[in-house]
Design a binder for this molecule. Structure first.
Ligand SMILES: Cc1cc2nc3c(=O)[nH]c(=O)nc-3n(C[C@H](O)[C@H](O)[C@H](O)COP(=O)(O)O)c2cc1C
Length: 139
């Protein structure tokens, strides 16, 4: 079995990006990652991105190396990066405006729960807060 790897980061969207640019970016990333067999999620909201990449180590690292250099965002902070024994996300999704469904929400929480157990620092929790405010899934 090949080694799996995961990276969680947040970043600020570049000021000049408009809604259409962001939607295009999210859709392209989703399309490319599903084609490559890379799992995770990319969320956009309030001017920030949150992305989880999960998958074969070299694929994750190779993709992240491109993402890091991308001028469409800056102030990138890696919150977590490690070899992963199991995948939490089963495919790749992207969401605009933090509207995520219950399934994605549960996956993200499960992912973070595992990372917290390994000691995610409290200032990192602060950075994640906009993405983690409690949601109502009654509809
Ligand atoms: C916030 C953000 C997230 C991105 N996520 C991905 C991603 O998950 N997968 C991907 O292939 N490209 C992603 N990209 C785009 C890459 O930076 C890059 O433009 C793309 O992989 C095409 O690279 P290439 O033309 O060298 O193949 C992302 C870019 C940004 C700004």
């Amino acid at each position: 079995m090949t080694d799996s790897y995961t990276i969680l980061y947040i970043s600020r969207a570049a000021d000049q990006l408009n809604e259409i640019d962001i939607l295009e970016l999210l859709e392209n990333s989703e399309y490319r990652n599903n084609k490559k067999g890379l799992n995770g999620i990319l969320l956009y909201g309030e001017g920030s991105f949150l992305q989880v990449l999960e998958g074969e180590e070299s694929l994750v690292k190779e993709t992240f190396a491109k993402i890091e250099k991308d001028k469409r965002h800056d102030t990138l902070i890696v919150l977590f990066e490690e070899k992963a024994k199991e995948m939490v996300f089963r495919n790749y999704n992207s969401k605009f405006n933090l509207v995520i469904d219950k399934f994605d929400w549960l996956n993200l929480n499960e992912y973070l729960k595992r990372k917290r157990r390994m000691g995610l620092e409290s200032e990192m929790e602060e950075l994640l807060r906009p993405f983690l405010e409690s949601r109502n899934f009654e509809n």
